[in-house]
Design a protein around this ligand. Structure first.
Ligand SMILES: [Zn+2]
Length: 505
């Protein structure tokens, strides 16, 4: 008697597999261990994982048409999930020339000339990120005669931005292709794209139809004060015919996003427990009043929208949580998974509310480590500021993210900073104790299972288990068990989305 096995589309044999087979509820209860399989094997069919075990266990799924990857000496993780960044915006920037880190004046002139030669007449060429202080040949600013105009400062930029032609549909599509390639090169297979407008959402749909979308897009609709008053935004909510969850496995609506305060460096974050360290007596304020944010969240909740709120200062966090409590009277917000983005200043008295309502947080360790904001905070705030460790210890779900284009979307870098709490601008560690840091395993959970929670995908994404999406990454060395500095040098070798290889280094 013989047993019949389905023929897999893809079989990967011999990697060490970090399955991340753990539930979000278990993570909240403090559990962090999951099966790690030496000499493992994974079989995938129709985009899903159909078997996980040892290399021998999956042998029987290999058929005539199966693609077989020998991953001896490698590790395999779930595809990385990003829970707060601006994919479309980052992609639009990638259409421009990027002069970040360019150390020669001439190289910039050459790049502009080359791009000009390949750009149709009348189309704009944009470039940014240059720093004349690092040019080795000459630090003299490039002149109008050499380029064609050079505008500094906002006053000069505004008229230019108004005159700038809108992106063509082809450029819009290209921006999604470019960001898709970059995300795949970092092992990212799913992302929440915040701050989108209708046009950008339509472009996503078009990219999906044309088979150009290479990551699972979860789109956040932006209730921007720029689009009108608070009443206008309330009305816009009513106008949308679909809500959170509308879409399919590659593209769906996530939540509404509101920016409730600004940033600490600009004194636009809203503080309450302590005044600004560098401005005695000053606390800042939120963009919406308590009544307004309550009304927006309640209306969205009533309609079935998930809600994510940008909160940097503790006053902003408290107001967002108050709004969630009000909304909870209309329907249980735990089901909708309302969340806080950034959650810069965590305080103990907020945690019982967050646990009761199931409010998670999207953190950006790279942002914290590279922005140099440490001197702006009181010492006890620095210790805990955007701390992933405190969240794990106190039963609050923390997802990994970057806020790209502000910093690199690399999850490897994000995990490195979550583990070390290193402030890259000072070389010092933000947290003296271990309480604010996470272990490498917890960092992996942040960019897989936990991040998948925010797009309601944790039952089918963020782990390598039978039935989950066949989204996976392969690495040449085991940075998780290795030296912590390995995070800086290890690069993704292969990224697989739905059983298909999307990226190979
Ligand atoms: Zn953001």
């Amino acid at each position: 008697m013989s047993t019949w096995y389905p023929e897999a589309d893809l079989v990967i044999q011999h990697p060490k597999i970090y399955t991340v087979a753990i539930t979000c509820d278990e993570v909240k209860e403090g559990k962090t261990d999951f099966p790690i399989i030496e000499d493992g094997g994974v079989a995938a069919k129709d985009g899903k994982v159909i078997a996980v075990g040892t290399a021998t266990d999956v042998q029987q799924f290999i058929g005539e048409h199966t693609e077989v990857i020998d991953a001896s000496g490698k590790i395999l993780t779930p595809g990385f999930v990003e829970c707060h960044m601006h994919c479309k915006w980052t992609g639009e920037q990638m259409l421009n020339l990027d002069f970040n880190g360019v150390t020669s004046r001439q190289a910039i002139l050459d790049a502009v000339a080359e791009k000009a030669a390949n750009t149709p007449d009348g189309e704009w060429i944009e470039g940014d990120g240059w720093n004349e202080l690092i040019w080795e040949d000459s630090q003299e600013v490039i002149t109008r005669r050499e380029l064609d105009g050079l505008l500094y400062e906002n006053g000069a930029l505004q008229p230019m931005l108004k005159a700038k032609p809108a992106l063509t549909d082809a450029q819009h599509l290209e921006s999604l292709v470019l960001i898709g390639q970059r995300l795949n090169s970092f092992g990212i297979t799913s992302a929440i794209d915040a701050n989108l407008n209708y046009k950008q959402m339509h472009i996503y749909n078009e990219a999906r139809k044309q088979g150009k979308l290479t990551y699972r897009g979860n789109l956040m609709f932006y209730l921007d004060p720029q689009f009108g008053s608070f009443e206008d935004n309330l009305r816009r909510l009513e106008e949308m015919d679909c809500v959170t969850g509308f879409g399919d496995e590659m593209l769906k609506l996530n939540g509404c996003k509101v920016t409730l305060d600004g940033i600490t460096a600009a004194f636009t974050a809203a503080m309450s427990r302590r005044e600004y360290r560098q401005r005695p007596g000053f606390y800042g304020d939120t963009i919406y009043t308590q009544e307004e944010i309550d009304a927006l969240v309640c209306k969205a909740t009533e309609l079935g929208w998930q809600f994510g709120i940008h909160t940097i200062g503790d006053a902003s966090e408290d107001r967002a949580l108050h709004a969630f409590q009000e909304a909870n009277k209309i329907r249980p917000v735990k089901e909708l998974r309302h969340y806080l983005i950034h959650y810069q200043l965590p305080y103990e008295d907020q945690w019982p509310i967050m646990k009761e309502l199931g409010v998670g947080v999207c953190l950006q360790p790279t942002l914290v480590s590279q922005m140099g904001e440490e001197p702006l905070f009181w010492p006890e705030q620095v210790e805990r500021f955007q701390s992933p460790g405190l969240m794990f210890k106190n039963g609050i779900l923390a997802g990994g993210s970057s806020d790209s284009p502000v910093v690199s979307p690399s999850p490897m870098l994000g995990m490195y900073y979550a583990v070390t709490r290193l402030d890259e601008t000072t070389g010092k560690t933000l947290s003296k104790g271990d309480e604010s840091k996470v272990t490498p395993i917890q960092a992996l959970i942040m960019w897989t299972k936990n991040a998948a929670f925010f797009s309601h995908d944790d039952d089918k994404m963020g782990s390598v288990e039978v039935g989950s999406f066949a989204d996976m990454c392969l690495f040449d060395n085991d940075f998780i068990a290795g030296n912590v500095e390995d995070y800086r040098t290890t690069k993704v070798a292969t990224t697989i989305l739905g059983g298909e290889v999307m990226y190979e280094r």
